[in-house]
Design a protein around this ligand. Structure first.
Ligand SMILES: [Zn+2]
Ligand SMILES: [Zn+2]
Length: 208
């Protein structure tokens, strides 16, 4: 048995193998397995269950809005198939271990976060763990979806089509000349300019 094996079923016996495989995948990606990755995997699997969709997705039907970066997001990625590379994951950095998964086909979204008692429950489920970290790692794999996680159906305050943008469109900024993809250019006095040139930038050149 692998060290990452789940000792008890997640929500159903049949999901054990799937979850085990997902945890191995995220551990390989991340070079270790940690409690937040387990949470990410569990949340991703739960989202599939709630939305009634087989995951990980092979298409771009679902978009995951992760509310923090780090270990957790690798778990979500592996479980859902949503990734930055596929343009199906977005970081909304609230510093929270939470995710909203939106189904673009039927326009509904579910937000998932750890239940209030998840840490204590993890400790109770792993009484022989040598420390809190290990208790969370083990416990998060043993607790049922409903006990570990909370969820709420939500409406998005952003338009999914605006998030995806105009796929395949590219223009060159009329000021800096750099290429801008997916319709992210801004119209300004008859010109198409990039966010940076429009004054909405996260960096500025070093003064010479
Ligand atoms: Zn980690
Ligand atoms: Zn520019």
């Amino acid at each position: 048995m692998s060290a990452f094996a789940i000792r008890q079923p997640l929500s159903a016996v049949s999901s054990k193998k799937v979850a085990d495989k997902l945890l191995r995948a995220t551990a390989a990606l991340h070079k270790h397995l940690c409690p937040r990755q387990v949470l990410g995997v569990r949340m991703g699997v739960y989202a599939g269950r709630l939305l009634g969709i087989d995951l990980p997705q092979q298409d771009k039907r679902l978009i995951a809005f992760v509310e923090t970066d780090g270990c957790f997001t690798d778990g979500v990625m592996v479980a859902t198939g949503c990734s930055l590379g596929h343009r199906t994951m977005r970081l909304i950095d609230y510093g929270k271990v939470a995710v909203t998964v939106a189904d673009t086909k039927v326009n509904r979204a579910v937000r998932i976060w750890p239940s209030a008692g998840s840490r204590q429950l993890a400790a109770q489920c792993a009484p022989d763990a040598p420390n809190r970290w290990q208790a969370q790692l083990d416990g998060y794999q043993r607790i049922s979806d409903e006990e570990l996680l909370a969820h709420a159906w939500v409406d998005l305050e952003l338009s999914l089509s605006a998030i995806v943008g105009k796929k395949g469109v590219r223009v060159n900024c009329d000021i800096c000349g750099e290429e801008v993809l997916n319709g992210r250019e801004h119209a300004s006095a008859g010109r198409s300019i990039c966010s940076h040139c429009d004054g909405q930038s996260y960096y500025r050149p070093v003064a010479k």
